[in-house]
Write a protein that binds this ligand. Structure first.
Ligand code: BES
Ligand code: ZN
Ligand code: ZN
Length: 521
């Protein structure tokens, strides 16, 4: 989608749809096209009251071109309730109304009124960005015209200060680009996106040489040398060997290399058949998005780097395909993880935790991060508990859990904290043969999985695990995600979270004249 910000709509060449704002109780300002026409249409449509998300569309004749012009009146509700987040709630109804016109080029006439603290520029940047997020469509494999695709090609806005709007939009767009990367990865089929092709895409396309994100690919041979027996076991039944991809961002100019980093870790199972403990056939195709955690991590790294964030971040994604085969790992097998703990595999479908175990060990050993956050489509039990609405958060640090919740709230990525538990920690250590088992009992499966990961976290390190099994696939009617598609959940949340660790430049101390007088030379 192309975007622009202009001072006067007269420059809005090609606009076929004008969007006018109507506040609660049908208060509207000067920036609608024609007062009398608006009043006429409002009077004829008494159900339209300017409530948030209401729309009213009519046509008129463009005075300049003599052509038919669509007008969409967009209800924005109480002006005092408008902030960046509530503005995003307008994207879905606006996109729906724009799509119904079938037109390609639209312009939003932003406005302000008494009680509105959000500037026109903030409003325009937030709304256009949210429409961009909501209108995402994965149709690269459709060879025929796709009727579901919104026709919208250009969305502009009339604002007072276009430069300011562009500046605000650039930050949001950098984040959105990361979300779109995450969605593209999640929706890619398993025959196209497998560990090596995924690693290549990260290293060559997403972070090509010269990017501030440095990429290292660990091949299966290197993983073997490192002793990553758990992650290797998962990929053993596939013709596509596993990979780990490490990403390092040391600030825009690389100057933060000596700082303790924050670490992101993602589950990247490019297809999860369940392996020998094979899954039922129904909806098995969805398991192509079992790499949603890794997609969120890659997307967040892209967003962080594109904004030149002043923070050191390292990341690792564990990539493997879980398949049944003569060479596949089996229930009862004992594997040795990189940190030396042995794991008795009781179910080959609980594979994500095995991949993550070695990824967690590697990132802690190599970079000594102050905080580790992992994202993974880890358990069906989490979907049962929280549906597609909330990701489950587990953490050994209350402040970190709160930061994650706050970051998610900013961007419509809801979270709900679930407990760690000593009993479950005992259960993962309760096997007959190895140090750990990869499944716990029938109930509380998400807690058992979290405690398994916990066994790979060094004492004293802050850690949070985000189980995104439910949210990696978009629920219907989400404010900024398209329906029923790999959602990119987590890319925005992790970007906001990491940015909350950004180092502010040290404040310049105020020097009083008296201090200067006392300096001894
Ligand atoms: N990838 C699945 C979890 C999943 C389920 C993600 C539904 C998205 C939607 C994971 O690898 C898995 O299969 N977990 C098992 C664990 C069980 C064997 C202990 C599960 O949740 O059933
Ligand atoms: Zn599985
Ligand atoms: Zn899985």
């Amino acid at each position: 989608m192309d975007t622009y910000f202009e001072e006067s709509f007269e420059n809005a060449e090609n606009a076929e749809v004008f969007v006018g704002l109507v506040f609660a109780n049908n208060v509207f300002g000067k920036n609608v096209i024609s007062d009398t026409e608006v009043k006429k249409h409002l009077a004829a449509n008494p159900k339209f009251e300017g409530k948030r998300g209401q729309t009213l569309t009519y046509t008129t004749i463009n005075d300049y071109s003599d052509e038919v012009l669509h007008i969409v009146l967009l209800g924005v509700g109480e002006p005092s309730a408008l902030d960046e987040k509530t503005t995003e709630l307008l994207a879905a109804p606006l996109l729906k109304a724009l799509t119904a016109t079938g037109r390609e080029h639209a312009v939003i006439m932003t406005d302000t009124t008494e009680g509105m603290t959000l500037s026109r520029e903030q409003f325009a940047a937030s709304l256009i960005n949210a429409v961009n997020l909501k209108s995402y469509c994965f149709d690269k494999y459709k060879t025929k015209a796709n009727d579901d695709k919104p026709a919208l090609q250009t969305l502009g806005a009339e604002v007072e200060n276009p430069d300011e709007a562009e500046r605000l939009y650039a930050t949001l767009e950098a984040e959105t680009k990361g979300v779109l990367i995450a969605r593209d990865l999640a929706n890619e089929p398993g025959n196209v996106l497998y560990p090596q092709s995924y690693a290549d895409r990260i290293a060559n396309k997403i972070f090509p040489s010269g990017s501030p994100v440095k990429v290292t690919i660990l091949t299966d041979i290197e993983m073997e040398i490192l002793g990553m027996g758990a992650a290797l076991a998962v990929g053993q039944g596939s013709s596509k060997p596993p990979r780990m991809v490490v990403m390092e961002y040391n600030g825009a100019d690389g100057s933060l290399k000596d700082q303790k980093p924050i670490a992101l870790v993602g589950k990247g199972v490019t297809f999860d058949s369940g392996g020998i403990s094979i899954k039922p056939g129904e909806a098995m195709d969805e398991m192509k998005y079992d790499m949603g955690g890794s997609a969120a991590v890659v997307g967040a790294m892209s967003a962080i780097a594109a904004q030149g964030a002043n923070v050191r971040v390292v990341a690792i994604v564990g990539l493997a395909e879980n398949m049944p085969d003569a060479g596949a790992y089996k229930p009862g097998d004992v594997v040795t993880s990189m940190n030396g703990q042995t794991i008795e595999v009781l179910n080959t479908d609980a594979e994500g935790r095995l991949v993550l175990a070695d990824a967690l060990t590697y990132i802690q050993t190599k970079y000594d991060p102050h905080t580790v956050i992992d994202a993974a489509t880890l358990t069906g039990a989490c979907v049962v508990a929280l549906g597609h609405e909330f990701a489950g958060i587990f953490s050994n640090d209350d402040e970190l859990a709160q930061k994650i919740e706050a970051a998610g709230k900013e961007v419509h990525e809801k979270t709900w904290r679930l407990p760690l538990s000593e009993n479950f920690a005992k259960a993962v250590r309760g096997g007959k043969t190895g140090d750990l088992v990869n499944i716990t009992g029938r109930y509380g499966g998400s807690i058992g999985a979290a405690e398994f990961l916990h066994a790979f976290i060094d004492d004293g390190r802050k850690w949070a695990h985000c189980d995104i099994a439910g949210t990696a696939w978009a629920q219907k009617n989400h404010p900024v995600m398209p329906d029923d598609i790999g959602s990119g959940y987590g890319a925005r949340l992790l970007n906001r979270l990491v940015k909350s660790y950004e180092m502010q430049p040290a404040p310049v101390p105020e020097v009083k004249p008296a201090d200067i007088l006392h300096i001894q030379v």
